[in-house]
Design a protein around this ligand. Structure first.
Ligand SMILES: [Zn+2]
Length: 231
């Protein structure tokens, strides 16, 4: 029986650390890698004149990137559950200030969804919705144009790549709501800003971003000056 339970656990949680490949004792990452994940103290904010908080449990690091990669490409529902719980905890203190919050995931283009079979932002938003009871508006925003991966582009090209890539589908659902946009990672914020510009037409009351990991402000500054950015 014990062996069978172990087998079931191995099916749900990988036996090896998703970052370094060492034995992880049924956890997503081994204790050494877990120790390298840094919590994000307080919220960041998107660039621009409008104040848009970026709420995340963690700062982006190699271990977190490996977890997101696992979630994206290997269908890691265990990673979605773990990250979703941490994101829900990070959102908790902000929820009290929001009157009528809704979760809107950053959508994938349908061709990419068909190829991958997994929409990581949608998965994370579903977990947060389940944990917090905040309604999920999974179809409020659609990606109407195929875009190149932001990670291969420099800063100016990123904005041109993503600008106008989204459109509203059920705008009436968002009028007067406190929209919490959900994505896996926020780096320069260009994707979130493009979503914000599109969502503004729906007349939401406020706008915030929730993600699993964000870059620290200092790191973004250095990478911008070097022309290196990741998303
Ligand atoms: Zn490890």
């Amino acid at each position: 029986m014990k062996g069978f339970c172990r087998f079931l656990l191995d099916c749900i949680f990988p036996r090896e650390c998703v970052s370094c490949g060492d034995l992880a004792g049924g956890r997503l990452v081994c204790s050494r890698c877990a120790g390298r994940i840094r919590s994000a103290a307080g919220a960041g904010r998107l660039p621009g004149p409008a104040v848009t908080p970026v709420i995340s449990p963690f700062l982006t690091c190699d271990v977190l990137l490996d977890m997101i990669r696992f979630l994206k490409f290997e269908g890691g529902s265990a990673a979605a559950g773990w990250l979703g719980r941490r994101m829900s905890e990070a959102l908790e203190p902000h929820v009290r200030r929001l009157g009528d919050p809704v979760l809107v995931p950053v959508p994938l283009h349908w061709t990419r969804l068909a190829r991958r079979g997994y929409d990581q932002a949608r998965l994370l938003a579903s977990e947060v919705s389940r944990n917090t009871g905040i309604p999920l508006k999974g179809r409020a925003l659609v990606r109407s144009r195929m875009t190149r991966p932001q990670s291969v582009l420099d800063r100016d090209a990123r904005r041109g790549n993503i600008d106008g890539a989204f459109r509203l589908r059920r705008a009436g659902d968002l009028k007067g709501k406190d929209v919490v946009l959900v994505d896996d990672l926020v780096t320069t914020g260009e994707t979130a800003l493009a979503c914000r510009r599109t969502l503004e037409a729906a007349g939401p009351s406020s706008f915030a971003v929730l993600c699993a990991g964000r870059k620290s402000a200092e790191k973004i500054k250095v990478e911008r000056s070097e022309g290196l950015m990741f998303e």
